[in-house]
Design a protein around this ligand. Structure first.
Ligand code: ZN
Length: 304
C-alpha cells in the first residue's frame, strides 16, 4: 500500500474512532491518568527536505495545535508527572535529536519566543568537529551541525541540552563496555563541559527496540542520568517507569500527527514497552565500569 492510500485510509479510522477517543480522554482526565506525550523532531527547514525534516510552516502549525490541546512542559516536568502517578490534563513535551544547525533559523527561535520548553539532544563528535551525519552525506545533503556556541546560547536561553551519544552510535549493537562507557558517560562529561551545564538526559540514536539495550539503560542509570528516551512510538502514562521516557515521531502528515497525538487506541495495543533489568537482577561483577584511563579519547573515535 503506498503512502497516499495509507493516509486516505487513516481518515475514516481517525474520525470513526474520535467518539471513543473523546470518551477515553475525559475518563483519563477525571481519574488522573491523562497521557504525557513526548514528541521528537530532527530538522525543521524548507530546503532539501528529507524523511527526517519538516517544513517551517508545518512545524509552526503543529506547535500552535499543541499549544491549544496540551500543557507544554519540560522533559523534567513530564517525568515528574509520570512519576507522580496522577495527571489531570494531557501534557506534551518537545525534543529534538541530532543537532541540525537549520533549526536555529526558525524552529528554535519560535519556541523560545513563545516560551515553549524543549530538550535538544546532540552527538558530541559531530558538534566538536562540525562533521555532518553519514546518512546525510550519503544522500548528498551534508547539513550543517550546531556549533558549541549555538548550543551554549540555547542553554543560556533555558534550553535543556541532552546527550545523543558521542558518534550517533547504534547502542543496540555495541557490546564493548569501553565503547558503551565512552558513548554514554565520557561523551556526556565532554558535552557537559562544552555547554557548561549538567547532562541530565540521554536519547538513544534511532531509538527502536533493537537500538536499545539493558546494558545501556544500566550504565546510564549508574552514570546519574535522570532519564533516557527511546523513539519507537510509545506513550507515557502516570505511574509508568519515569526513567525510560517513550517518545513519538512528530509526523509531518497532518492526519497521522493528529491520530498519534490524540492517543491512538491501536498504537497503545500494538506498542510493546522495552523492558530492561536493573542492577539487583544483574550479576554484580558486570557492574564495573572501566577506569577513566581505559576510555578512548574523543580524537580517537573515527567516523566511517
Ligand atoms: Zn539521531
Amino acid at each position: 500500500m503506498n503512502r497516499h492510500v495509507a493516509n486516505l485510509l487513516m481518515h475514516p479510522y481517525y474520525y470513526g474512532s474520535l467518539p471513543r477517543r473523546w470518551w477515553e480522554s475525559s475518563r483519563r482526565c477525571v481519574n488522573g491518568s491523562a497521557p504525557i506525550i513526548v514528541v521528537f523532531y530532527h530538522r525543521v527547514a524548507d530546503e532539501h527536505p528529507s524523511p527526517w525534516s519538516i517544513s517551517t510552516r508545518r512545524f509552526a502549525r503543529q506547535i500552535e495545535w499543541l499549544r491549544q490541546n496540551f500543557n507544554l512542559v519540560s522533559l523534567e516536568e513530564a517525568q515528574t508527572r509520570i512519576e507522580g502517578g496522577f495527571n489531570e490534563r494531557p501534557v506534551a513535551s518537545i525534543t529534538f535529536d541530532d543537532g541540525y544547525a537549520d533549526n536555529c533559523a526558525f524552529a528554535l527561535p519560535l519556541l523560545i519566543r513563545q516560551r515553549v520548553p524543549f530538550t535538544y539532544f546532540v552527538s558530541v563528535h559531530h558538534v566538536q568537529h562540525g562533521e555532518p551525519f553519514a546518512h546525510d552525506v550519503v544522500a548528498d545533503q551534508p547539513h550543517r551541525i550546531n556549533t558549541v556556541e549555538e548550543l551554549r546560547a540555547l542553554a543560556d536561553a533555558g534550553v535543556e541540552i541532552g546527550l545523543h551519544t558521542r558518534t550517533h552510535a547504534d547502542l543496540g549493537k555495541v557490546q564493548d563496555p569501553n565503547q558503551l562507557y565512552d558513548e554514554l558517560v565520557a561523551a556526556g562529561c565532554d558535552l557537559s563541559e562544552m555547554v557548561q551545564r549538567p547532562m541530565r538526559y540521554f536519547a538513544f540514536p534511532y531509538g527502536l527496540h533493537h537500538n536499545l539495550s539493558t546494558e545501556a539503560f544500566r550504565v546510564a542509570k549508574e552514570a546519574g542520568y535522570r532519564g533516557v528516551c527511546s523513539a519507537y512510538g510509545g506513550y507515557n502514562f502516570p505511574g509508568d517507569d519515569p526513567f525510560h521516557i517513550q517518545r513519538v515521531h512528530a509526523d509531518p502528515e497532518w492526519i497521522r500527527w493528529k491520530n498519534c497525538l490524540t492517543v491512538d487506541p491501536r498504537r497503545i495495543k500494538n506498542t510493546r514497552r522495552f523492558e530492561y533489568q536493573l542492577q539487583q537482577e544483574v550479576d554484580q561483577s558486570a557492574l564495573e565500569v572501566p577506569a577513566a584511563h581505559e576510555v578512548p579519547q574523543a580524537g580517537e573515535i573515527v567516523m566511517k
